[in-house]
Design a protein around this ligand. Sequence first.
Ligand SMILES: *[C@@H]1O[C@H](CO)[C@@H](O)[C@H](O)[C@H]1NC(C)=O
Ligand SMILES: *[C@@H]1O[C@H](CO)[C@@H](O)[C@H](O)[C@H]1NC(C)=O
Length: 264
Amino acid sequence: MSCSNTPPFRYGGVSLTNTLCFHSLLFAAILVLENQDLQDSIKPQKVEFRSLNFNSTLHWQPGRAREARDTVYFVQYKKLAGRSQHSLTSFLLFLHRYGQSTWQNKDDCWGIQNHVCDLTTETSDIQEPYYGRVKAVSAGVYSDWSLSCRFTPWRETMIGPPTVIVIHSNKSIILKLQAPRSPYKRKRGSKIPMTNYYDLLYQVFIINNLLDEQHRVPVYEGKDKVIKIENLRPGLSYCVVAKTYVPMLDRSSAYSSRQCTVLQ
Ligand SMILES: *[C@@H]1O[C@H](CO)[C@@H](O)[C@H](O)[C@H]1NC(C)=O
Ligand SMILES: *[C@@H]1O[C@H](CO)[C@@H](O)[C@H](O)[C@H]1NC(C)=O
C-alpha cells in the first residue's frame, strides 16, 4: 500500500517470552518464523476508506492466504487532533499531538467476518484527518494491524448527484433539484443536506441524443433549486440529467438518473 499522505509507521511484531530455555530456542525460533509467516499471510490488505456524502466506510481485503472460515477482523480508528497545518511549528505540534491521540476500538466491528466497517459516526468531524486499521485473527493467530491511508472526510468524500424531479413540461421544462443528504442529522431529525458543507453548484444537461453523452454542455449551472429550461421544441422527447459540482475542489459528482419527458 502506498499513501502519499501517510507518515511511515512501524508496528511491533512477535515478542518472545524469555522463559524459554536455551535448547528449545532454535526450535522456538523456527516456530516464531512460521508463526510470523502465518501472521503476514492473514494480514488484511488494501485497507481503505470509501465515502459518499459523508457515509464513510472502511474496506479491506483478506490477506494473501486463502481466507479461512474462522477468520475474523478487528477494527480501530483514530482521529488526529488539530487540522492539517502548514507552518513548521504547527506541523511539529501536529506530529506531537499525533503521537498522543489514541486508537479506539470500533465495537460494532470487533470480531466480524465482513470486509467492511461503517465509520460514519466516528468520522463526523469532517475537517479532521482520520486513520483506520484492521487486524485479522485466524486459528488463534493474530496478524499485525494493517493501516489505511489518511482520510479527511471533507476533502475526500464523493459528493452524489442531485435528485431531479420534473415538475411539469409543456412549452418548457421545469425541474426541481434536490441536493444529496449527509447521514448527519439536525436536532429535529432531518438529515443535513450537502449544501450545508459545500458551496455546491448544480449542472443540468439535456440529452436528446444518447450518443453525445461525452460532449455535454450544461444548459444550466447555478444554485437554484427550481429551474426552467426554455426554447425546446414541442412534441419532442427530452431527457435531463444533473450533476453537482464543487468549484473549490474542482470536483463533480456522477450523473443523476435520467428524467425523460415529452413536451406538449
Ligand atoms: C452508509 O451506507 C450504507 C450502505 O448504503 C448503509 O447501510 C449505512 O446505514 C449508511 N450509514 C449511515 C450511518 O447512514
Ligand atoms: C402548462 O402547464 C401549467 C401547469 O400544468 C399550466 O398552468 C399552463 O397553463 C400550461 N401552459 C400551457 C401553454 O399549456
